[in-house]
Write a protein that binds this ligand. Structure first.
Ligand SMILES: Cc1cc2nc3c(=O)[nH]c(=O)nc-3n(C[C@H](O)[C@H](O)[C@H](O)COP(=O)(O)OP(=O)(O)OC[C@H]3O[C@@H](n4cnc5c(N)ncnc54)[C@H](O)[C@@H]3O)c2cc1C
Ligand SMILES: Cc1cc2nc3c(=O)[nH]c(=O)nc-3n(C[C@H](O)[C@H](O)[C@H](O)COP(=O)(O)O)c2cc1C
Length: 712
């Protein structure tokens, strides 16, 4: 029943295909980008021709749809919104017919800060009207260092929405902008550069990370040092709790402050969310068979293109065949962690280095798709296509390519397992036919305490809310426009080396811990992407792209290194070990000392890649292997940080050697902090340093890129 077995017999329809193709292209004005977009429905549609059933395997077939279509941050840079990018566009317009210009700058990795910026633009415009305010949004990525001074000093009122990533770093896109700000602020030569600018900052971060909102704090500090007038104290949004609520509070405080500082008067209420404007129009295709056939053609084209020298990106990922997927835990474990091999041999553009990340676009599980379609009262096979209205607000995401069946659209694009935003609840309320449900939803959408208690605190998902209020059936246009967010790609630290002596550069591997836990509402949350990857089989195609990282071994193979990676934190180190083996055996290089610290719960449950680690030790690819089992001894939990303490002398030697380097990968919430503390203690004990001296040594190692973290 899998699509692979039926593809060979489906060569009957090429002439039909051509007819359908040209017909729909005329209707939709299909561009190359559109054509490229539906990558992997190819085989699904072939089966669809025969059975018109969307099986699990079909759901697996993923597209090389652009991020704009998926609604990712990068995508918005590709299509959809017209963003200011030239110096002339970026500089604050002086006249603006007497209206006060308010610019919302954003630095984003996964699109939240961007969404907030556009929401603020719309709300400010609605609240104050065009006569009082001209609101605009600017992506910090587009303000190149050469432009920064001119652009920022032209501003009178600017709001900065800055996300923090990595280990307290700015987002990839805003890194240059933030660096410029910090350097200019620290050199102290322009303390009045921003004297005309009123500003404030909203940080997007997560308190569980060691450097909570570090990038936003840095931006706020630099703007102050450059003479900017701070309108209000920095707001530190916390994604660990409810960023949505923090943002709402910030927004209210911001309006009060703007009204006070600039004597603005609220004219309209941004509260009346216009569901219709935030919905797409839906073009319904009448013939499901034709849609499937068309999609098949597009996907084949796209796949053939990706096989060339093109570099897959988030905007245009590669529909990568799976080579294998195997369980790494033993049968005794009640959890799962899978080793997934992606066959990239046919995609010459996909290159990577050890330490890089693999971006993966997953799909919702079939039962989730079934439940959503049932709630939407629509058959999964219904073909549809999104169309943006002419007056669509800027915050409305670009359309994803169609025609497409509703089932596949829900599987690939709808984020239904995250908490619903307040605007989503407002939209649902407007569709509820049951008066009681409508009332309850309306209250939830406006009452902070109720939203907190019912949604944020128990982390209730959109799907749960829709199931609780079944009379609220949004149109497909509203569902994709303002009820469900877009499913985002997930990242995995690549666990192979392109120089692996067995597979070479043709295979990229990921080591994936399968997320499964009970939430406070009693629901079992199965991680979207990890569960999807757990179920992939040889030959399935999954859209992927590589994100470059700086987590690399020292250039000099002789430099001594310490690798600390419990659980899936071992992932990049598997690549490091393959690389060292290659250097030693093929390049005949002399290797420096390498201490590997690994940790898991029980030796007989989740000691993943044990054979490989032990082989590396026996062949001197690594010089020591210390494994901490946290649950083998019921009386004493042992973690990697304890093992580091036990090897304090050797660890100290590497920390204090002129070219030694430390690498930490895995859990950011506890492990990386505990390891940091252990390293400080080693320095204090073995080197007899005072705590502030030990901290300074660690700080210098970080600056010199000799203490690197890949934590999540
Ligand atoms: C740079 C980087 C490298 C990474 N490398 C690896 C790696 O090598 N291996 C690896 O296994 N992972 C890695 N990750 C993590 C990975 O990207 C995913 O976050 C992870 O696989 C979970 O994704 P998911 O879609 O399965 O789970 P999701 O569905 O996204 O859920 C993940 C978590 O979010 C919370 N959550 C989300 N929705 C709800 C809800 N409705 N109710 C309750 N809780 C909810 C839960 O805490 C849950 O555990 C990495 C992450 C980054 C950023
Ligand atoms: C890999 C990773 C690293 C992160 N690092 C930090 C961090 O160091 N400090 C912090 O406060 N938040 C951190 N965060 C949380 C994000 O900043 C937060 O989720 C934010 O809402 C993302 O906004 P964006 O969608 O605009 O990129 C991290 C998130 C991820 C996924």
């Amino acid at each position: 029943m899998a699509w692979r077995t039926t593809t060979a017999s489906s060569s009957t329809s090429s002439s039909l295909t051509n007819v359908v193709m040209s017909k729909i292209e005329r209707v939709t004005g299909t561009s190359d980008a559109m054509t490229n977009a539906c990558a992997l429905l190819l085989c699904a549609s072939v089966v669809g021709l025969v059975t018109l059933k969307l099986s699990r395997k079909m759901m697996m077939m993923s597209s090389s749809t652009s991020a704009s279509e998926r609604g990712g941050a990068e995508g918005d840079k590709v299509a959809g919104r017209r963003k200011p990018t030239t110096l002339r566009e970026l500089k604050c317009p002086s006249g603006a017919d007497g209206a006060r210009v308010i610019t919302f700058y954003y630095g984003t990795q996964t699109g939240t800060a961007e969404r907030y910026a556009y929401t603020l633009v719309e709300d400010a415009q609605k609240r104050y009207g065009a006569k009082q305010v001209l609101a605009r949004a600017i992506d910090c990525e587009d303000v190149k260092p050469d432009f920064c001074e001119e652009v920022l000093s032209s501003e009178k009122c600017a709001v900065f929405l800055q996300s923090t990533y990595g280990d307290g770093d700015p987002t990839d896109g805003s890194a240059d902008f933030c660096r410029w700000l910090e350097e200019t602020a620290t050199d102290g030569r322009m303390p009045d550069m921003l004297e005309d600018m009123h500003f404030c900052t909203f940080g997007l971060g997560n308190r569980s990370y060691e450097h909570f909102n570090a990038a936003a704090k840095q931006v706020d500090k630099a703007l102050t040092a450059l003479g900017g007038k701070k309108m209000m104290k920095i707001t530190l949004g916390d994604d660990d709790k409810s960023l949505e609520e923090d943002f709402e509070e910030f927004k209210e405080a911001l309006w009060r402050q703007l009204e006070k500082t600039f004597q603005l008067k609220a004219e309209g209420e941004e509260g009346d969310f216009d569901v219709e404007k935030h919905s797409y129009m839906i073009k319904k295709e009448e013939d499901a068979e034709k849609v499937n056939e068309l999609t098949k053609i597009r996907e084949r084209k796209s796949f053939e293109m990706s096989r060339g020298s093109e570099i897959p990106t988030q905007a245009k990922p590669y529909a990568c065949p799976i080579k294998s997927c195997k369980e790494l835990h033993t049968g005794k474990s009640d959890r799962s962690c899978v080793h997934v091999e992606f066959d990239v041999s046919q995609c010459k553009g996909l290159t990577y280095e050890i330490g890089d990340h693999l971006g993966v676009f997953a799909e919702n599980a079939p039962d989730v798709v079934d439940r959503v379609c049932k709630l939407l009262k629509v058959s999964k096979q219904t073909p549809m296509e999104l169309v943006r209205r002419d007056d669509a607000p800027k915050s409305l995401l670009p359309v994803f390519p169609g025609p497409i069946s509703v089932g596949i659209a829900v599987a690939r694009y709808a984020d239904v397992l995250s908490m619903p935003r307040k605007t989503a609840i407002k939209a649902l309320a407007s569709f509820a036919t049951n008066k009681k449900e409508a009332k309850e939803l309306e209250i939830l959408a406006v009452d902070k305490a109720k939203y907190h208690a019912y949604i944020a605190e128990p982390h209730r998902s959109l799907l749960e809310v829709m199931e609780k209020f079944p009379s609220a059936v949004p149109t497909l246009g509203a569902f994709f426009g303002c009820v469900a967010g877009r499913l985002q790609p997930r990242y995995y630290s690549i666990s192979s080396s392109p120089n692996d002596m067995t597979n070479g550069s043709g295979i990229v591997t990921a080591t994936v811990a399968v997320v499964k836990h009970k939430t406070k509402t009693g629901r079992v949350h199965e991680g979207v992407c990890s569960t999807f990857l757990q179920n992939v089989r040889e030959g399935d195609r999954v859209p992927v792209f590589v994100r470059k990282a700086t987590f690399k071994l020292p250039k000099d193979a002789k430099a001594p290194v310490i690798l600390i990676g419990p659980g899936t934190g071992y992932a990049p180190f598997r690549g490091f070990l393959q690389e060292r083996e290659y250097l030693m055996k093929s390049k005949k290089e002399e290797l420096g000392e390498c201490m590997l610290f690994f940790g898991c719960r029980k030796e007989e449950h989740d000691y993943i890649y044990r054979d490989e680690m032990e082989k590396a030790l026996s062949e001197s690819v690594i010089s020591s292997l210390d494994v901490a089992f946290s649950r083998d001894d019921p009386k004493k939990k042992v973690y990697v940080q304890d093992k580091i303490q036990m090897k304090a002398k050797d660890v100290y030697k590497i920390l204090r050697s002129p070219n030694g380097a430390v690498y930490v990968c895995g859990d950011a919430k506890h492990m990386s902090r505990d390891v940091n503390r252990a390293l400080l203690q080693v320095l204090q004990r073995e080197g007899e340093y005072a705590i502030h001296e030990a901290e300074e040594i660690i700080r210098r190692l970080v600056v010199d890129k000799r203490y690197m973290k890949d934590v999540w």
